[in-house]
Design a binder for this molecule. Structure first.
Ligand SMILES: [Cu+2]
Length: 150
C-alpha cells in the first residue's frame, strides 16, 4: 500500500515536471517590442532561433487610444507584398485590421492602445527572413521590420 502511494507521488512529480518544464523556458525565444505614440516600433530587426517557441510581447508605451494610435504586430508570410497587404488590412477595421480569412499572415497580435500590452506564442516559420508590420491604416510605412529565423 505504501509503495503504491509512493508510486503515485512519484508519478505526480514526474508529470508536474513535464507540464511545467522550466528547462524549456530557457529554450524560448523571448521577444519584447515596444511601440509608441510616434508610430514607431523600438526595433526593425528581430532574430529568433529556429524550432524554438517564440513568446512575443508587444507593449504600447504611448498614451493614445487604440482608435487613434492602435498598434499590432503582424508577421507576414514569405513573398507577401507589404503595400498590397496593408491596403487590404486598412479596410478590415472590424477585424482588428487583419483581412478576414487572410492566408498571408503567419501570426498576429491584438491591436492595442496606449498603456496596453499583448503576448502571443508561436513556433517560428522555417529559416528565412520575413517582414513584420503594424497593420493599423498608414502605419506600415514606418512600422515595419525584418523577422529573421536562423
Ligand atoms: Cu501602429
Amino acid at each position: 500500500m505504501k509503495i503504491m502511494r509512493f508510486k503515485y507521488v512519484l508519478l505526480f512529480f514526474i508529470s508536474l515536471c513535464i507540464f511545467t518544464n522550466c528547462s524549456i523556458e530557457n529554450d524560448v525565444n523571448k521577444i519584447v517590442i515596444t511601440s509608441d505614440d510616434y508610430m514607431k516600433f523600438n526595433t526593425s530587426k528581430i532574430t529568433v532561433k529556429s524550432g524554438k517557441l517564440v513568446k512575443l510581447t508587444l507593449k504600447h508605451i504611448g498614451r493614445l487610444d487604440v482608435q487613434v494610435m492602435g498598434h499590432n504586430f503582424v508577421l507576414l508570410k514569405d513573398k507577401v507584398d507589404i503595400v498590397e497587404f496593408a491596403n487590404k488590412a486598412a479596410m478590415a477595421s472590424k477585424n482588428q485590421y487583419i483581412p478576414v480569412e487572410s492566408n498571408e499572415v503567419i501570426v498576429y497580435t491584438d491591436m492595442i492602445g496606449g498603456g496596453q500590452e499583448t503576448t502571443i506564442e508561436f513556433l517560428p516559420p522555417e529559416v528565412g527572413v520575413y517582414n513584420f508590420i503594424c497593420s493599423f491604416p498608414g502605419h506600415y510605412a514606418m512600422m515595419k521590420g525584418k523577422f529573421i529565423v536562423e
